[in-house]
Design a protein around this ligand. Structure first.
Ligand code: PLP
Length: 382
């Protein structure tokens, strides 16, 4: 049996999305910047997709900029807002994705900003009074905090953070890569200045994403080149990727309620079965609490054992694909900056299970059974 439980790393392409992309790949090869009919046809495909995405998110098409994915969208929001809006101070947390953390650290190292880290509690939850203190004691800041943590699933209190940013005149960039397509974002309600999406996290194609920029914020290109994306992002557009992104988001919103209840059921089944079958198991961050975490992520901490080092390898042999921490940067089990920050006992092995709409109860049972069997064998050997 092959079981894919690494959906926070990436998701399989939905066949409906593929069907929407294929005719574009076959027929719409024109360069959208060309003024002849081939170019105009490709341009109109892009603008239709932009309008569709904006409509879904309750934004205006002019507020959506296509990028190569989440990393580029995060970089664009952070770098161009620091470099062009002249902000000198940024606030983030130590458990952000590297797309955010490394970007801010680079800006700090090169003397462009002062960087503050908001305190987190032992489960990685943002200390809101400390955030307010940081906002109060610095002049205009950029706040970059993620909505859903890709490793431990923690969810940010978006409304409160958004209100604090408004109160202290800060700009708020929210890395919404893990929640886009899984939670509803209404940009008329949300008090974020920048949010981002990556299609491959919600059954769309890889290499395409977008950045939302709130109106009134004038930022300049991060990628210099041609005049594409209203001078905001040089480079010939990924036309079929953009079509796939719009289709994937449409499907995600259309099916969100059933998708969510299906996956929530899988996650709670796994929590229950793991707790029954593996003594001493713990859940990292907030991921064991359904209401406070992404319904797509469960990060498990296993009791210390001799099999820890080989755990992911053994699961892979059994056909089960999971991640040790975050698979985004390497796909291998390397020390996770997020789990280190939570001071998880290094003797314990950690497994991130992340669920998608194609997973089934049988797959969950197989994964739990395999893990429990590995631990049973281990206890017989001891
Ligand atoms: C929270 C978060 N931000 C950003 C990214 C980067 O997105 P991409 O791989 O599309 O560049 C990821 C990818 O895993 C992520 O989980």
């Amino acid at each position: 049996m092959k079981v894919y439980l690494d959906n926070a790393a990436t998701t399989p392409l939905d066949p409906e999305v593929l069907d929407a992309m294929l005719p574009i790949m076959r027929e719409q090869f024109g360069n959208p910047s060309s003024i002849h009919s081939y170019g105009r046809a490709a341009r109109s495909v892009i603008e239709r997709a932009r309008k569709q995405i904006a409509g879904i998110l309750n934004a205006a098409p002019s507020e959506i900029f296509f990028t190569s994915g989440g990393t580029e969208a995060d970089n664009t929001a952070i770098r161009s807002s620091i470099e062009t809006l002249g902000l000198k101070h940024a606030i983030t947390s130590r458990i952000e994705h590297h797309a955010v953390l490394h970007t801010l650290e680079h800006l700090q190292k090169t003397g462009q900003i002062e960087l503050s880290f908001v305190d987190l509690n032992e489960n990685g939850v943002v200390d809101l009074p400390h955030l307010e203190h940081l906002l109060k004691t610095h002049s205009r800041s950029l706040v970059s905090l993620m909505h859903g943590n890709n490793e431990i699933g923690n969810l940010l209190d978006l409304d409160t953070v958004g209100e604090l940013c408004v109160k202290y005149n800060a700009l708020f960039h929210c890395d919404t890569v893990q929640t886009m397509g899984h939670y509803k974002h209404d940009l008329q309600q949300l008090k974020a200045n920048f949010i981002v999406g990556a299609a491959h996290k919600f059954n769309g194609p890889k290499g395409i994403g977008f950045l939302y920029v709130r109106p009134g914020i004038k930022i300049y290109p991060y990628l210099h080149g041609g005049a594409q994306e209203r001078n905001m992002r040089g480079g010939t557009e990924n036309v079929y990727g953009i079509v796939g992104l719009a289709k994937a988001l449409e499907i995600a919103y259309r099916d969100m309620d059933s998708h969510r209840s299906h996956i929530e059921n899988l996650k709670s089944r796994m929590i229950q079965k793991l707790s029954e079958n593996i003594e001493g198991i713990r859940f990292n961050g907030q991921s064991g609490q359904l209401e406070n975490s992404l319904y797509t992520v469960l990060n498990v901490s296993l009791p210390p054992s001799d099999i820890s080092d080989m755990l992911l390898f053994n699961l892979d042999i059994a056909g089960i694909a999971v991640s040790g921490g975050s698979a985004c940067s390497s796909g291998t089990e390397i020390g996770s900056h997020v789990l280190n920050e939570l001071q998880i006992d290094p003797e314990r092995a950690n497994v991130r299970f992340s669920f998608g709409k194609y997973n089934t109860e049988q797959e969950i049972d197989y994964a739990v059974g395999t893990l429990a069997e590995l631990y049973r064998k281990e206890s017989v050997l001891l």
